[in-house]
Design a protein around this ligand. Structure first.
Ligand code: MN
Length: 437
């Protein structure tokens, strides 16, 4: 169980000066993991601090017990080994790094500096070997906005308030690569009888939060909502790229398939459940007319602290904006605290039939959309299915993404009386199908 402790103290400062900037994502209260490499060296696990990354396994001899074992596991190219050591080891490592990097231990600076690299001088990689990927549909505003395009009078299907809807995604589609090749697929153009095989013309993003499982569950033993948080290791930003024209033709009756399996982007940083403790908030109020939940999806403590206050921003920049030296345009800002279903409910539902989850599995929240247009997490919603184009600062129109468009998700947590922590960025640039050859 993760609790508030000395590592969350807002007065804590680091001798890594960039970690003390008010707007940094990687304050000493965060300590997120990433997989990194330097030219010609193997990939290993590091921890972000300010604009630097700490090569954790290089520090293992300075630590004892659980923290030393956890630091040694960071010599691996993915976090799965650290996950298998369990929650106490992860928390011992967090405590040891917090101490080592704080101004209270400024004498450590000399020995740690050799294990410290500028984030601009390393390459970041997918930090987890992902065995299973499931994407949920946990934002009721997103479900209503998307449903309204197909069923104006009854946007929500009857099951929505009874269980967290999801589909099994494709684990090997998840990555941190910048380049996203425009998918091609079977598409039925409006007004035509027959489909054609074409590059998608309705390519979209979905702003999501992804939760990594760190502790496996047992087959035949459903995870209880009240225990579910203990199974999570940490969270990343997630972009569930979606080809709406392929999706519209293929999705009935079994749900998304090729419309989403070509690429899913995650941010390279994993913010741990321990770092998120100060930003746990009440689960969203289900409202007066919500049906009573079945017992296996309800937990009183989860209603009190099952939400997470993570702001999620979506920025876009066209190739012409880059050429003209323009900054990316902020298209939306939402918050994961508005999700109708909590991550604990998602995991409880996921395992409620007796199926198990494994360390390294990834659960996407589904598109995070809020009540207002400024908080809608996909172009499908913002442009109302392409009917209402948006105008970029160059005067270019967009209904869906064009080749050369760069899409950036940023995420951060802020709370009065606590340090700001951030998730870094989840970035992707659309390339034409031809560029893939
Ligand atoms: Mn999605």
């Amino acid at each position: 169980m993760s609790k508030l402790n000395a590592s969350h103290d807002p007065a804590l400062r680091s001798w890594v000066e960039s970690a003390d900037a008010a707007d940094t994502d990687f304050s000493i209260q965060n300590l997120p993991f990433a997989a990194f490499s330097r030219q010609g060296e193997p990939i290993r696990i590091g921890v972000g601090i300010g604009d630097q990354i700490v090569d954790v396994s290089a520090l293992s001899e300075w630590f004892d017990g659980d923290a030393r074992a956890a630091a040694r596991a960071c010599a691996q190219p993915v976090l799965n080994c650290l996950m298998l050591l369990g929650t106490p080891a992860r928390q011992a490592l967090r405590a040891a790094l917090s101490e080592m990097l704080s101004t209270r231990q400024v004498k450590n600076a000399a020995k740690v500096r050799d294990a410290l690299y500028g984030q601009d001088d390393v390459q970041l990689h997918l930090p987890v070997r992902i065995g299973g990927y499931t994407d949920f549909f946990s934002s009721i505003e997103h479900a209503e906005n998307a449903g309204r395009l197909f069923r104006p009078n009854a946007p929500l299907l009857p099951n929505y308030k009874h269980l967290p809807i999801a589909y099994n995604g494709r684990a090997n589609s998840v990555g941190c690569a910048m380049e996203i090749a425009r998918p091609a697929g079977q598409i039925r153009v409006d007004g035509e009888d027959k489909p054609c095989y074409l590059p998608s013309q309705r390519l979209d993003y979905e702003v999501e939060l992804g939760g990594y499982i760190g502790t496996a569950s047992q087959p035949g033993r459903p995870v209880q909502v009240g225990d579910a948080w203990d199974y999570f290791f940490g969270f990343s930003l997630l972009n569930d790229w979606s080809a709406r024209d392929i999706q519209a033709w293929e999705y009935q009756p079994l749900g998304p398939f090729l419309a989403k399996s070509f690429a899913t982007s995650v941010s390279p940083w994993v913010v741990t459940v321990d770092a998120l403790v100060p930003y746990r908030v009440a689960a969203r109020d289900r409202g007066p007319e919500a049906p009573t939940l079945l017992p296996h999806l309800h937990d009183a403590a989860d209603r009190v602290a099952g939400g997470v206050n993570v702001s999620l921003e979506l920025h876009v920049r066209s190739a012409r904006m880059v050429a003209e030296g323009r900054s990316p345009m902020l298209l939306s800002q939402g918050n994961a605290s508005t999700l109708y279903w909590t991550f604990a409910q998602m995991l409880a539902h996921h395992t409620s039939n007796g199926s198990a989850v494994d360390a390294g599995d990834l659960l996407g929240s589904g598109t995070v959309s809020g009540a207002d247009r400024g908080a809608w997490g996909s172009l499908l919603e913002i442009t109302r299915g392409g009917a209402d184009p948006l105008i970029l600062p160059t005067g270019e129109l967009r209904t869906f993404l064009a080749d050369g468009d760069e899409v950036v998700i940023k995420g951060f947590c802020e709370r009065q009386g606590f340090a700001r922590i951030g998730f870094g960025q989840c970035r992707g640039v659309i390339h034409s199908v031809a560029a893939r050859a």
